[in-house]
Design a protein around this ligand. Structure first.
Ligand code: FAD
Length: 424
């Protein structure tokens, strides 16, 4: 079925020989590798200047098969920390440790915590080995009249070595959303207005080596991600509250770490070894993912929240699906791609809401007690196959797993009020 201009491309995907990719993060470099590997002429524009440290350091296990496919797992493992699970800290007294090797029928039972600058360089290297060209340039776009088409500006076109416009422009530029802003495409925003402060520290404790730690705080939550020789720490807290702790990002982070009862104990001996990087307004996804001669991938398509470390997986999955759609030559494939990514983002969004309203942590806590009883052990056997696989990324779009968790967060909390564990 041919796609309308409002909902997809009018060109036959097989005719798309020249592909411009804006952005060399996991989504852009991943898409470039898959498309160039299929024989298309791909040029990636990768912005040279990047922040001193980059978020997206904790990978879920479902990312590992992509690293294998790109041939970079060994390279990544050499500079990363092996990650065997996740620790959820409910309050000063209680926590839950999840081990990926206890997930029944899991395909991958581990993952990595990565320094993102090196990780992105590894993926770009893989894209180049597949035949993609990488140009260090911030590529600019312009709209083609009043149409649904975009064009590369002259300097980018020349840098790519093309005399004609590319057949397809992929925006993989992350949350700057270059293309959708240019075309005035609306975004759906989430209901949180948090600010994330991110820095690296020496001397911060982790409870289970290698695990990503999610700490529920008096206000908001924190992550602790062990990297080689240091720990990445992030605070995700309402911006109005953070402003009470100082003016600069550094003042706010340092003062908040001394203030909060859950983290101040393990943060006391810490030494911050990087500046603090601030992120705001990151719960947003587009209302359209493909157009006449363009497509969005990764965060440029949508980013729902960092709490389950899902961003890099969504980036690789969308890059993979998009490349398959483009290469397939099926005119309806891009529309299916758009639908599939939207469904994926919707699922993560649902699960993330259960984290913030306290249902998920309450369910985890109830599960700890129920598992001690024999009927509980039976239920747990079934549960261990489905529930954790949503968080490892293996079953995010499995309807049964999602329905099971959905049922449990509604009916499986016993008499516990989830508000006791909500994230303020
Ligand atoms: C606070 C926070 C914590 C997070 N923690 C995690 C985590 O632990 N695990 C996880 O998996 N995900 C995490 N994420 C999400 C993760 O960072 C992203 O989902 C992931 O990086 C998306 O990859 P991407 O390639 O789409 O975008 P990006 O990684 O943002 O890459 C886009 C690249 O494109 C470049 N660019 C932009 N415009 C242009 C242009 N015009 N020309 C050339 N280059 C351009 C940018 O400079 C950037 O390098 C976190 C996000 C936030 C905000």
């Amino acid at each position: 079925m041919p796609m309308t201009p409002q909902h997809g491309a009018s060109l036959e995907p097989r005719a798309r020989r020249r592909i411009a990719v804006l952005g060399g993060g996991p989504a852009g470099a991943g898409a470039a590798a898959f498309l160039a590997g299929a024989g298309l002429d791909v040029c990636v524009f990768a912005r040279g200047k990047r922040p001193p440290i980059i978020v997206g350091e904790s990978l879920v296990p479902a990312v590992v098969p992509y690293l294998r496919r790109l041939g970079i797992e060994e390279e990544v493992a050499a500079y990363s920390v092996w990650k065997g699970g996740a620790t959820f800290v409910f309050d000063r007294e209680s926590r839950l440790n999840i081990r990926f090797d206890e997930v029944r029928d899991a395909k991958t039972t581990y993952s990595y915590n990565v320094p993102r600058d090196r990780f992105d360089a590894s993926i770009l290297g893989a894209a180049q080995r597949c035949g993609a060209r990488v140009v260090e340039l911030t590529a600019r776009l312009e709209r083609d009249g009043d149409s649904d088409r975009v064009r590369l500006c002259g300097d980018a076109l020349a840098a790519a070595g093309w005399s004609e416009q590319p057949d397809l422009v992929i925006d993989a530029g992350g949350r700057s959303r270059v293309l959708t802003r240019l075309l005035g495409i609306p975004h759906l925003e989430g209901d949180r207005r948090d600010t994330a402060l991110h820095a690296h520290f020496e001397g911060i404790e982790v409870e289970v080596p290698g695990n990503v730690h999610t700490d529920r705080l008096e206000h908001g939550w924190a992550w602790r991600i062990p990297l080689q020789g240091r720990v990445s720490m992030g605070l995700v807290v309402d911006g109005d509250i953070l402003r009470k702790f100082g003016d600069s990002a550094e003042e706010q982070m340092d003062a908040y770490l001394r203030h909060d009862a859950v983290i101040r104990d393990f943060a006391r001996p810490a030494r911050r070894v990087t500046p603090v990087v601030r992120y705001t307004n990151y719960q947003a996804r587009t209302t359209r993912g493909v157009g006449e001669n363009w497509a969005l991938v990764g965060d440029a398509f949508g980013f729902v929240d960092p709490v389950f470390s899902s961003g890099a997986l969504v980036a690789f999955q969308s890059a993979d699906l998009l490349a398959r759609a483009v290469v397939s030559g099926d005119p309806a494939a891009l529309a299916r791609y758009e639908k599939e990514v939207m469904r994926n983002l919707d699922t993560w969004h649902r699960v993330i809401r259960w984290f913030y309203d306290g249902r998920l942590l309450t369910l985890f806590r109830v599960g700890q007690y129920v598992r001690e009883t024999w009927p509980g052990r039976l239920v747990d056997f079934h549960f261990r196959k489905h529930m954790p696989k949503i968080f490892t990324g293996e079953d995010v779009t499995n309807r049964y797993s999602l329905a099971l968790v959905s049922f449990m967060v509604k009916h499986g909390l016993a008499r516990n009020d989830p508000r006791a564990l909500q994230i303020l």
